[in-house]
Design a protein around this ligand. Structure first.
Ligand SMILES: NC(=O)c1ccc[n+]([C@@H]2O[C@H](COP(=O)([O-])OP(=O)(O)OC[C@H]3O[C@@H](n4cnc5c(N)ncnc54)[C@H](OP(=O)(O)O)[C@@H]3O)[C@@H](O)[C@H]2O)c1
Length: 287
């Protein structure tokens, strides 16, 4: 099948394109630079033309608008990227009969610690990142063949100018650098390769609507890094405990996801916390 992977140089986009190719699909990666197809997806005409020209059977939207702080500083731009692109893609994919997979977020839940949240749980939109991503979900879902994948993901992206969470943790652990780890910020973090494999499995099975695709357990950021450090036999003396509430822009901090719906559709379990950390520790050896 022909895949168009938007955000193809990003953490998730790289993993989706690689997984699609391993399965024998033809994956065309697009981003503003560094890909076979150079495309600013906020240019709606160029985006429509790309879908019409390349005639993908599956479009993955793995585009991301910077950080939570960047979304707070430039909410209109965040909305244009995180929401508007899905609106154009929903129309273009419908016109061409392609399936649309929009990578979403877990950044919707607050105040209940390490609870797991299903796809129907009420959302709290506490910042502009959450508002723009949620608007993007709604726009994607206007098209009946859309799959919105809510997730929390990390992995090795290899950019010179910006680290993922696990790249930051690995660099800090290797250097023995002091790092503050939040013990009150809960997620179901999955490695990008496992996310890509599960998302492609779901779209190949014809899944539509919202699906949580994450690790099947919930852990604090602190527990995640401590487990990662243990796998690497890294010293943890320089690590301190902190609170997500110290950050300038408010976070949704209870972002655990219930993955039962995805596991049922996939017919298999998604990785556990230990499996996700094992995978990242294995990849860290080559990073
Ligand atoms: N990583 C996380 O912690 C996390 C957690 C939960 C959910 N997610 C979701 O996962 C998805 C992917 O995130 P990620 O972390 O993989 O992103 P990322 O590593 O930051 O990569 C973003 C990608 O989007 C491209 N891009 C940005 N603006 C673009 C534009 N206007 N036109 C075309 N391409 C553009 C970037 O390339 P150029 O800048 O060169 O164009 C890059 O390829 C997002 O939906 C995000 O919300 C991520």
């Amino acid at each position: 099948m022909r895949f168009l992977v938007l955000g193809g140089t990003g953490l998730v986009g790289q993993a989706v394109a690689a997984e699609a190719r391993v399965r024998g699909h033809d994956a065309l990666a697009a981003a503003r630079r560094g890909t076979a197809l150079a495309l600013d997806a906020t240019d709606s005409d160029a985006l429509r033309l790309a879908v019409r020209t390349h005639r993908p059977e599956i479009v993955f939207n793995c585009i991301n608008f910077g950080s939570i702080e960047a979304c707070a500083a430039r909410p209109e731009d965040a909305h244009r990227v995180n929401a508007g692109i899905n609106g154009v893609l929903a129309e273009a994919c419908e016109e061409m009969g392609a399936a649309l997979v929009a990578i979403g977020t877990d950044h919707y839940f607050t105040g209940d610690g390490d609870a797991k949240h299903g796809e129907e749980a009420a959302v709290a939109l506490v910042n502009d990142y959450a508002k723009s991503k949620h608007a993007g979900e709604r726009l994607a879902l206007a098209y009946a063949r859309s799959l919105v994948v809510r997730t929390n993901v990390t992995g090795f992206r290899g950019w010179a100018d910006g680290q993922t969470f696990i790249e930051w943790a690995l660099a800090g652990l290797r250097a023995g650098r002091p790092m503050t780890l939040f013990d009150d910020y809960y997620c179901s973090t999955l490695d990008a390769g496992s996310l890509a494999a599960a998302a492609i499995d779901l779209v190949e099975r014809g899944a539509r609507g919202v699906f949580n695709v994450a690790c099947r357990d919930v852990a604090s950021k602190q527990r995640f890094v401590m487990a990662f450090a243990e796998r690497l036999s890294a010293q943890t003396r320089a690590l301190a405990t902190g609170s997500v509430r110290s950050l300038p822009v408010r976070r949704a901090e209870s972002t655990g996801l219930d993955v039962g719906k995805a596991e049922k559709a996939l017919g298999r379990a998604l990785p556990s916390f230990d499996q996700a950390v094992d995978t990242l520790a294995r990849l860290a050896k080559d990073a």
